[in-house]
Design a protein around this ligand. Structure first.
Ligand SMILES: [Zn+2]
Ligand SMILES: [Zn+2]
Length: 334
């Protein structure tokens, strides 16, 4: 099968992925062999390629996978050949530790990320344990479903952790794949959404999706934020977001790694009045089980930009430069 493989860590500008031919993977006990249709691209891939998180090398990236069951390993019975399924960032967790038992498998010390610790979806076929595969609601096409599996589900987890309630003001910093889905959920929940981004095209998209205000990161919003989600890869956003938070408000940091340090915080201005900061790590299966049907009910309409698998390097560079409108998706060869 064809796959785009990462062999060593390097800047995205250098074209880090190489197309290779590898044997089809063979499903083990309770595993599924999936014929991949599309795979979304995500900021986590940039962090993996550039070494901010440590992948197991060589690796096939990609964790927003939509495909069809091609064959079943011994004992696998949850799905049938031909079923459409999705695979997200959570590839496995131990199921036994304190975190797993408390429903916080995203924090499991043995957590494995798809396309980081196990091969992912930048390939014609991939493997997944049947317990970590998800049915895709019929309403969505394959490319529409891809970004729901990480950008969407993580955005949903961010919203849950932010504690935002109906009628409150929510701030979104950065407006890429995850934010453009989160805003649709927040609007469905009856929140007013203020979007902070430098990009004019991203502001236009935000307004078309129901933002009540858009502006640059230095601008003052028309009201204090009850909660904010920071999707940006830069550190400067943190003090900015905290300074426009309402008393008792919470800032949720959605990225795995910041590219540059968070500047020093001023206690009185940024943290006092019971303001909170919380990061989001990984995702649980419950997030995906809740979010996929909710996305179909709203319904979420992801904005998609499609690329061929062999254009992965180009697509990732556009993602790094913030030039993808909505979510980028790679299509596998027919
Ligand atoms: Zn992701
Ligand atoms: Zn565990």
């Amino acid at each position: 099968m064809k796959a785009m493989i990462l062999e060593k860590v390097m800047p995205v500008e250098k074209g880090p992925l190489r197309m290779i031919d590898v044997p089809h993977p063979i499903p083990g006990p309770k595993e599924i062999l999936v014929r991949v249709s599309v795979c979304g691209i995500c900021h986590t891939e940039l962090d993996t390629i550039e070494g901010r998180i440590e992948p197991k090398l060589p690796i096939i990236l990609g964790h927003e996978i939509v495909g069809r069951v091609e064959s079943l390993g011994p004992g696998a019975a949850r799905f049938q050949v031909g079923n459409r399924i999705g695979i997200g960032w959570i590839h496995s967790a131990c199921g036994k530790c304190r975190f797993c038992r408390e429903g916080r498998e995203n924090l499991c010390p043995e957590f494995e990320g798809t396309g980081c610790h196990a091969n992912g979806g930048y390939a014609e076929y991939t493997l997944v344990s049947e317990d970590f595969a998800f049915p895709i609601p019929e309403r969505f096409s394959d490319p529409e479903a891809a970004p729901l599996l990480c950008a969407g589900a993580i955005g949903y987890r961010d919203l849950k952790l932010s504690g935002i309630e109906k009628g409150q003001n929510l701030g979104l910093f950065g407006f890429g794949a995850s934010a453009h889905i989160a805003i649709q959920v927040a609007r469905y929940w009856g929140c007013s959404v203020f979007v902070f981004t430098r990009s004019e095209t991203h502001r236009d998209l935000a307004r078309s999706l129901g933002a009540s205000w858009t502006g640059g990161p230095e601008e003052e919003p028309p009201g204090k934020l009850h909660a904010a989600i920071d999707f940006t890869p830069v550190g400067e956003t943190v003090p900015k977001a905290l300074s426009v938070l309402e008393k008792g408000g919470r800032l949720v940091m959605a990225v795995i790694r910041k590219r540059n340090p968070v500047p020093p915080l001023d206690y009185a201005r940024h943290l006092w009045d019971e303001k909170e900061i919380k990061s989001v790590a990984n995702i649980t299966r419950e997030d995906l089980r809740e979010f996929l049907p909710l996305a179909a009910e709203i319904p979420i309409v992801p904005e998609i930009e499609e690329f061929e698998l062999n254009e992965a390097n180009k697509a990732l560079l556009l993602l790094k430069e913030g030039k993808i409108q909505g979510a980028g998706v790679l299509r596998m060869p027919e």
